[in-house]
Design a protein around this ligand. Sequence first.
Ligand SMILES: Cc1cc2nc3c(=O)[nH]c(=O)nc-3n(C[C@H](O)[C@H](O)[C@H](O)COP(=O)(O)O)c2cc1C
Length: 358
Amino acid sequence: MGETQYPPLVNLDDAELRAERVLPRPTFEFIAAGAGDELTRNRNRDAFRRRCLLPQVLRDVSQVDLAATVLGEEISLPVLVAPMGLQRIVDPEGECEMARGVAAAETIMCVSTVSTRSAAEIAATGVRRWYQLYLLADRAVTADLVAQAREHGYRALVVTVDGPVLARRDRAIRAGFSFGPEIRIPSCGPALGRPEGLDPVEVAGMLDRSATWETVEWLAESGLPVVVKGVLTAADAARACEHGAAAVIVSNHGGRQLDGVPATLDVLAAVVEAVDGRAEVLLDGGIRRGTDVLIALALGAQAVLIGRPAYWGLAVGGAAGVTEVIELLRAEVRQALTLVGCRGWGELTAEHVADAPA
Ligand SMILES: Cc1cc2nc3c(=O)[nH]c(=O)nc-3n(C[C@H](O)[C@H](O)[C@H](O)COP(=O)(O)O)c2cc1C
């Protein structure tokens, strides 16, 4: 981990507070924003506050192991970094800097289609990586993205299905956020003969609104495991399994897409039941504390992803900031698992969680 150039953060929310101080207002608002009235964005956090943990005491927790497995790969902590585009808006090295920070924390980075660095450049950092795919109307471009992911050692395709169109995020619009000319999306360039990459607004206009579950089947034929990101109902989770998904991510895009949908934690149990062991279930949205990770795993998630906290870490401290955020979370997870009386994830069950009294 590189040298930290600022006083240490105490928790993940500190990273947001610091980012708010150092980033231009429009950039901060673009990242922080949810869609519409931000009902869903706020629900994600509230859902964790509505649960409580039930420790089992005197369990010999002298050895606690946080290692977990996702899609057959062992990671040191069941926390991945969610796909998030456009990272050059906070760091000149963009996704490559994020990748170095994630690699130092020994977990997996999901690399967004709308990254500002190429799939090859990010791969060259050596980070363990999954490729997030936005389905684009031009099948040839989508197929080329899949080919890039395969060629550059991405171990899974994370297909984001909650964005046939991009939602309006009022806060970002009000703050006047826009992309500077230096923000380009290289990954979509090669298939269109445009090595300079595309403007992000142009890529948003290329989203495939006609995609169906058959598209997921087509992607599953690529040979890479398909992770369907953006599932919120039991019925869709079952469909994902029927159409070849190896995993689903219960996600509402951090409240950035359809406002008014439930908190991810509130639909997790129904999704886990519908999947019934046919695929792995991951969750993102509002994970800010080690205890949040425990609650999600106790209710059946295999692992969780963090979004904004990693972005804030990148904004305030580059790769070292990203690592610091993940290490803070790791320390909290270790403490919480120990205090709840478990030596590892196999001992954590739904019995460790209850609804908090009103
Ligand atoms: C600035 C920003 C950019 C994002 N870009 C993408 C993206 O390119 N693809 C995607 O599937 N999800 C994207 N997301 C959603 C995240 O993957 C994730 O679902 C969400 O941030 C999790 O919620 P959290 O921020 O509360 O942890 C983005 C989120 C943020 C905040």
